[in-house]
Design a protein around this ligand. Structure first.
Ligand code: ADP
Ligand code: MG
Length: 569
C-alpha cells in the first residue's frame, strides 16, 4: 500500500530528543508551554526524566547544579521571551560558577522577529543570551539538530565549563525529514573533556616552590570538586602532608574532619602561609582577591594556581607558578612529582592543628545549646549531627546568617554533597538545587534555608511533593532579612522592608501539597523532625523558629553593604 511504501519520516521534535539521548542526557528540567509542550511529552514517552517546575529560574538552577554534580551539561527547557528570560538568570549564574548547562528555549518566527513585526512572545533571544553565557547557537534546519546539540554539549563541558544557550525556533520542531537521513545526522560527542597536561617546565616550577616552602597551604575550590579527581587529590594531600582549606562547595572533597584540614584555622593559614597552591579556586571576593589584611604581609607569599582557564592566572595578584590544565591530569603529575623530594612540613602542620583544636573547642559548647527560642548555633548543632550520621546525604544551603554559619558548622564528609549560593552569593537557588540534588543523586536532601532565601523559590515545594522527592527543607525562621526586629521609623502601618509576617508557618505550605509539615522551637525537636524526614524520604518542611534578634546584618559580608553616614537610623 501507499502507507507501507512511503519512506519513514522523522521531525525536529524527535531529532532533538534523539540527539540528547545519544549523548547520555537523561534528565530535563523544564517549564512547559508554547512551543515545547509536545517536545516534553515525547521526551517523557521516550524514557527521559522530565521534571516540570513552576518557574523557569528554578528549572534552570536545577539544570546548572545537575551539571556540577555530574560533569555532564544539565539541560533546562523553556518557552520563548519571558520564559527564556526567567531561565537566563540561571544560565548566567551557571556560567559565573563554571557549571556546564544548556538552556534550550523555543522562540518565535525568525522572519517576524527580525523585522520586529510583533509576534507572540517576540524577542531576539540569541542576541540577548550571548553576553551572559559561554556560547549561544541557533538551529534553523532539522538536519542541523545533530551538529547543533553536539556543539552545545562540547561548548558547555570543554575547557572552563559554563552555560550555553540553544535557540530553537518553533518552526524547527515540525520540520520533517527522512528518518534514516535524520539518524545519520546525529553526532555523539567524542572525548568532550579531553585530558590537558601542563608542560614539564610548568610542573617543575610549581614543584620547586612546593619543595622550598616552609609553610605551604593548598586551597581547593569547587573546580576541584567538579573535576572528580577525588582519589588523586586525597593521595596528593596525604603524601605531601600540606594543610588544606576547602572553599564552600569543595567541602567534603576531603572530609572536613581530616587531620590536615585547616578549616577551623582559616585566618591563621591565610596570613602565615608562604606558598599557596590554588586548585580550582579563583582569587575573587571569596578569597579577598588574594590581598589585604586577610593575606598577611604584602609580598609574603608565592602562588601556584591550577586551573583549566589560562586567563585566570594573574587575575588579582601575580601567580608565580601557573599550572594550566585539567585538575585530574595536573594533580596526577604533581603527585608523581612530589615522590621523594618533599618533606612534609610537620612543625607548620602542628601549629595549624593546635589552632584548629583551640577554635573547635571554643565552638563546641555553643553547638550543644538546647535554648528556645533557638539561636543559629543551637539549631545548626542539631543539623550538624544529622549530616554526620548520614554523610552521603546532599546538603543545600542559602541565606545570610543561615549560610555563613552553616558553612562553618556543618562538616561535610564526601565530595560534591554541599550545594550553595556559589560565586555570586545569590539567593533563590535553594529549591532548584534541592530538586536536582534528589533527582541526580537518588539520596535524601537536606535544604537549610533562611526564611528570606526560601521565598525566592518557595513555590517549588509543590514540585517536590508532586515528584515525591526525598527533600527535607528546614526554614530558619527569624521573621525577616538578617533579623526580624526592624521597625518602620515613621510609625506608619507599613512594616520595615526588612521583615516578614511574624510567626509565619511555612510548614503549612508543605501540608497544602500533601507533604509533611513540622513546627519546631528547640534543637531537640529540630533534630528529631529532620532525622525522621531523612529516614522516611517523605517531602518535609520544618519551620524552625529562630530568635528574631539572633542574626547580624548581611551575615559575614556586612563590609560589602554600604550604609548611610548622613542619615543614621
Ligand atoms: P570556588 O568558588 O570554590 O573558589 P571557583 O568557582 O572560584 O571556585 O573556581 C573554580 C575554578 O575551577 C574556575 O576557575 C574553573 O576554571 C576551574 N575549573 C573547573 N573545572 C576544572 C577542571 N576540570 N580542571 C581545571 N580547572 C577547572
Ligand atoms: Mg531570616
Amino acid at each position: 500500500s501507499v502507507v507501507e511504501d512511503a519512506p519513514a519520516l522523522t521531525d525536529g521534535f524527535q531529532l532533538v530528543i534523539d540527539a540528547l539521548k545519544l549523548n547520555d542526557i537523561e534528565n530535563l528540567y523544564v517549564v512547559p508551554g508554547i512551543p515545547i509542550s509536545d517536545l516534553l511529552r515525547m521526551a517523557q514517552a521516550e524514557g527521559m526524566r522530565v521534571v516540570s517546575f513552576r518557574h523557569e529560574q528554578n528549572a534552570g538552577n536545577a539544570a546548572a547544579i545537575a551539571g556540577f554534580m555530574t560533569k555532564k551539561p544539565g539541560v533546562c527547557m523553556t518557552v520563548s521571551a519571558p520564559g527564556f528570560l526567567n531561565g537566563l538568570t540561571a544560565l548566567a549564574n551557571a556560567t559565573t560558577n563554571c557549571f556546564p548547562m544548556i538552556l534550550i528555549s523555543g522562540s518565535s518566527e525568525r522572519e517576524i522577529v527580525d523585522l520586529q513585526q510583533g509576534d507572540y512572545e517576540e524577542m531576539d533571544q540569541l542576541a540577548i543570551a550571548k553576553p551572559l553565557c559561554k556560547a549561544a547557537f541557533r538551529i534553523l534546519h532539522a538536519q542541523d539538530i545533530g551538529i547543533g546539540v553536539a556543539r552545545a554539549i562540547r561548548a558547555a563541558v570543554s575547557g572552563r565549563p559554563g552555560g550555553v544557550y540553544l535557540d530553537l525556533p518553533a518552526k524547527l520542531f515540525s520540520q520533517v525529514m527522512d528518518a534514516a537521513e535524520g539518524a545519520k545526522s546525529l553526532v555523539k560527542v567524542v572525548d568532550p573533556t579531553p585530558a590537558q597536561y601542563p608542560s614539564a617546565d610548568a610542573v617543575n616550577r610549581a614543584l620547586d616552590l612546593l619543595k622550598g616552602a616552609k609553610r605551604p597551604l593548598v586551597i581547593f575550590g569547587k573546580g576541584a570538586a567538579y573535576a572528580q579527581a577525588d582519589d588523586t587529590i586525597r593521595a596528593f594531600v596525604e603524601k605531601s602532608g600540606i594543610p588544606f582549606l576547602q572553599m564552600s562547595m569543595a567541602k567534603g572533597l576531603l572530609p572536613d574532619t581530616h587531620p590536615q584540614s585547616a578549616g577551623a584555622a582559616r585566618s591563621l593559614v591565610l596570613q602565615d602561609a608562604d606558598v599557596v597552591m590554588l586548585v580550582g579556586a579563583r582569587l575573587n571576593w571569596l578569597l579577598s582577591h588574594g590581598k589585604g589584611k586577610t593575606w598577611g604581609k604584602p609580598g609574603s607569599k608565592k602562588f601556584i594556581q591550577v586551573d583549566i582557564e589560562p586567563r585566570e592566572m594573574d587575575s588579582n595578584v601575580e601567580i608565580h607558578a601557573p599550572l594550566v590544565g585539567d585538575i585530574a591530569s595536573v594533580m596526577e603529575v604533581l603527585l608523581k612529582g612530589i615522590d621523594g623530594g618533599l618533606t612534609p612540613p610537620t612543625d607548620w602542620m602542628n601549629t595549624v592543628a593546635a589552632k584548629r583544636e583551640q577554635n573547635v573547642a571554643k565552638m563546641a559548647p555553643k553547638l550543644m545549646s538546647n535554648a528556645s527560642p533557638m539561636n543559629f548555633h543551637g539549631a545548626l548543632g542539631a543539623l550538624r549531627r544529622v549530616i554526620k550520621e548520614r554523610p552521603d546525604a546532599m546538603l543545600v544551603n542559602e541565606g545570610a546568617n543561615t549560610l555563613d554559619l552553616a558553612r562553618g558548622i556543618i562538616d561535610m564528609y564526601q565530595p560534591r554533597k554541599r550545594l550553595d549560593v556559589g560565586t555570586w552569593g545569590v539567593m533563590g537557588v535553594g529549591m532548584g538545587y534541592a530538586v536536582a540534588a534528589a533527582v541526580e543523586s537518588g539520596k535524601p536532601v537536606l535544604a537549610v534555608e533562611g526564611d528570606s532565601a526560601f521565598g525566592f523559590s518557595g513555590m517549588e515545594v509543590e514540585t517536590i511533593c508532586r515528584y515525591n522527592l526525598p527533600v527535607c527543607i528546614v526554614i530558619f525562621n527569624n521573621n525577616g532579612i538578617y533579623r526580624g526586629t526592624d521597625v518602620n521609623p515613621t510609625g506608619k502601618a507599613d512594616p520595615s522592608p526588612m521583615v516578614f509576617v511574624p510567626g509565619s508557618r511555612y510548614d503549612k505550605m508543605m501540608e497544602a501539597f500533601g507533604g509533611v509539615g513540622v513546627h519546631v522551637t528547640n534543637p531537640d525537636e529540630l533534630y528529631r523532625a529532620v532525622t525522621e524526614a531523612m529516614d522516611s524520604g517523605r517531602p518535609t518542611l520544618v519551620n524552625a523558629v529562630i530568635d528574631p534578634a539572633a542574626g547580624t546584618e548581611s551575615g559575614n559580608i556586612g563590609s560589602l553593604n554600604p550604609t548611610s553616614s548622613v542619615r543614621k537610623m
